[in-house]
Design a protein around this ligand. Structure first.
Ligand SMILES: *Cc1c(COP(=O)(O)O)cnc(C)c1O
Length: 416
């Protein structure tokens, strides 16, 4: 699959000179000699995160001690940071909170959706969705003794498979492997046409592509914050419940922090009103502090520019890779059309794992997704067009010289 080269390196440099987001690179300190194409898996730390973590551990935790729950408003952090994330995803204040992990939040909201649609027995998703999303719903089905079960269908059959038995449709807006992007409003409309609820997973959308949950009339959403939001490894996730559902939806994980009055220490559970009813236990304050610094940085960037630059970087990489890689084994998976894609790009190659390892040895960090996918993410805040051009050149060299064909590049680490 050959195309002609899209731009020269000088043209890439000219794109950088005209890039309105170029100034954001200074907000990060990536190691010299590294081109980081894995911000879609673990975003790098903004410099502000280092400062904020030091401040929280020394002053708020070290000096304030337990008093900081009040004096530093640790107790308000989940909803405070949630309100900031709401601005990134087209939600209103009070519709988003930070809590738990994406997996746990998906479980909570899928259970909540079932309770809002009693009698309906299926949760519909696409085959090949991110495994944890499918596993969480499978676990919910087992807990409910099979009264609700997960049904997966091929993506092109999904809309047709929504019916009067569907409690909720659970989809990842941007697919973790192929990068194919669902139309948020169109799929939500299709779910509503059968009175099913729509639960979006925004893990590869938030901080990457423009999202308007309320514009799409979405019901529920979850997402993680350690990818494009640069919240740090294992940073707490977020969840969204549209205001119109908040009075009726119940979390199946009723913990004290979701209680109406946690410090009344009552024996009986009474849910907090609003989004706080979806909080489970004590919020992870260090993780929240790092995340808040990442979100504050993201809020300074125009989401339309972020999406446009990320798509342009991805487009540059695809065009250059296909034009210059000269390897018949390299195949783009997922859409060629930028409008149908997120900000990462996947190529299938029989030696995908070793190709990624050989690129890493040359300073270009991507990742691998079984069985044969070399995946590259194009975070718009810290990458330049010239870096992406250079990364495509590295891919071309690795393939042309069969640089992947070394035993050390074949050994699989625990995390790929
Ligand atoms: C990254 C990702 C997750 C991660 O879930 P965790 O609970 O944070 O491990 C879930 N779903 C999708 C689609 C993802 O891309």
């Amino acid at each position: 699959m050959h195309e002609t080269a899209a731009v020269t390196r000088d043209e890439a440099l000219a794109l950088d000179a005209a890039d309105p987001l170029a100034g954001f690179r200074e907000a990060f300190a990536l190691p010299q000699g590294v081109i980081y194409l894995d911000g879609n898996s673990l975003g790098p730390p903004p410099l502000a995160v280092h400062e904020r973590l030091a401040e929280v551990s020394r002053r708020e935790w070290g000096e304030g001690l337990v008093r900081s729950w009040n004096t530093a408003d640790w107790i308000g952090a989940p909803t405070r940071v949630g309100d900031k994330i709401a601005r990134l995803i087209g939600a209103a204040p009070g519709e988003v909170t930070v809590a738990d992990s994406t997996t746990v939040n998906l479980f909570k909201l899928a259970a909540g959706a079932c309770s809002l649609r009693p009698g309906r027995t299926t949760i519909l998703s696409e085959a090949g969705n991110f495994p944890t999303d499918l596993y969480a719903v499978q676990g919910l089905g087992a807990l409910l003794d099979g009264r609700v079960r997960l049904k997966t269908v091929a993506p092109d059959e999904l809309i047709g498979a929504i019916d009067e038995d569907t409690a909720a449709v659970v989809l990842t807006q941007v697919h973790y492997k192929t990068s194919r992007r669902w139309d948020l409003a169109a799929v939500t409309d299709a779910a509503h046409a059968k009175d099913a609820l729509m639960l979006w997973d925004l893990c590869h959308s938030v901080g990457a592509v423009a999202v308007d949950l309320n514009g799409a009339r979405a019901d529920l959403a979850v997402g993680c914050s350690y990818k494009y939001l640069n919240g740090g490894p294992g940073a707490p996730a977020f969840l969204f419940v549209a205001a119109r559902h908040q009075a009726a939806i119940r979390s199946p994980l009723t913990g004290w922090m979701g209680h109406a009055e946690p410090f009344a220490f009552e024996d009986g559970y009474r849910p907090a009103a609003g989004i706080r009813g979806q909080v489970t236990g004590t919020p992870p304050i260090l993780g929240l502090a790092a995340l808040e610094a990442g979100v504050d940085l993201q809020l300074q960037a125009d989401p339309a520019l972020v999406e446009a630059k990320g798509l342009a970087l991805a487009e540059l990489f695809i065009a250059e890779a296909l034009a210059r890689a000269g390897d018949a084994d390299l195949a783009l998976t997922g859409p060629r059309d930028a409008a149908a894609r997120g900000l990462h790009v996947s190529f299938a190659h029989p030696q995908g794992y070793a190709v990624v390892q050989a690129m890493m040895a040359r300073g270009v960090v991507g990742d691998f997704r079984a069985p044969d996918i070399a995946r590259f993410g194009f975070s718009p805040l810290f990458l330049s067009y010239a870096q992406v051009w250079d990364a495509a050149e590295t891919l071309a060299q690795v393939l042309a010289g069969r640089a992947w064909d070394r035993p050390q590049f074949q050994r699989r680490a625990a995390v790929t």
